[in-house]
Design a protein around this ligand. Structure first.
Ligand code: CA
Length: 223
């Protein structure tokens, strides 16, 4: 059984690697998200243990990109207690299990064995919020059964807002995450695209799920 461990805390990574090797697993270790994603793409693993806060690319992005490349290896997220994200996000994005640090090594091994027994069914990871759903593999969006056609930028914006649903997301965060880092276009580009999205995901369906929070940003909620 072969395990990929993506963990930037070197002492912890080393302890886990030795412990898992003693349990009979073959363990590869990488210390950042980019090399972790590369390893998970290039090699067949039975389980990936994925830390959340990683240099170069965080655990969520690694997981999302794995799934969008149709790599369904079971993933266990390793999260910090007061992390920015929670396990709900991890499951939304297609993690199969999660453990909050610090965790017991015996519990980790038991959960790894359970994941291996369950195996890796091929399945799409569909984000949904109320009647709105987004399939990151097929890159399709629906309200109920009705397909919605979006431009790539609108799609990127919606995917970001769905991942951050029910939170107020600022224009600056949207620009950082949906537009290229060196984008220096007009300041109101976010407003414009929010308007486009509303006309596609809300207005035709008589709902108001994408709201403006004055002076703070935007919030996407369930209908
Ligand atoms: Ca970390």
């Amino acid at each position: 059984m072969r395990i990929l461990l993506v963990e930037d805390e070197k002492t912890l990574a080393d302890t886990l690697r030795r412990g898992l090797a003693n349990e009979g697993f073959v363990v590869d270790v990488t210390h950042d998200g980019v090399s972790g994603l590369w390893a998970a793409t290039e090699n067949p693993y039975d389980v990936v243990l994925l830390d959340l806060m990683l240099p170069l690319k965080n655990g969520y992005d690694v997981l999302r990109e794995m799934r969008s490349r149709s790599i369904w290896t079971p993933v266990m997220m390793l999260t910090a207690k007061d992390g920015e994200y929670d396990q709900t996000d991890a499951f939304d994005l297609g993690a199969d299990d999660y453990l909050t640090k610090p965790f017991s090594f015996l519990v980790l091994v038991a959960r790894i064995r359970a994941l291996i027994r369950r195996g890796a069914p091929e399945r799409p990871v569909i984000l949904s919020l109320g009647s709105l759903s987004l399939d990151p593999v097929a890159r399709t969006v629906r309200r109920g059964a009705e397909p919605i056609t979006l431009t790539p930028r609108e799609y990127g914006l919606l995917q970001y807002l769905m991942r951050r649903h029910d939170q107020v997301v600022s224009k600056a965060e949207i620009l950082d995450n949906v537009w290229d880092p060196d984008f220096d276009g007009r300041d109101n580009v976010v407003e414009v695209y929010i308007g486009y999205l509303r006309r596609k995901i809300d207005s035709p369906f008589g709902v108001q799920t994408l709201s403006t929070v004055r002076g703070m940003g935007y919030r996407l909620t369930a209908d």
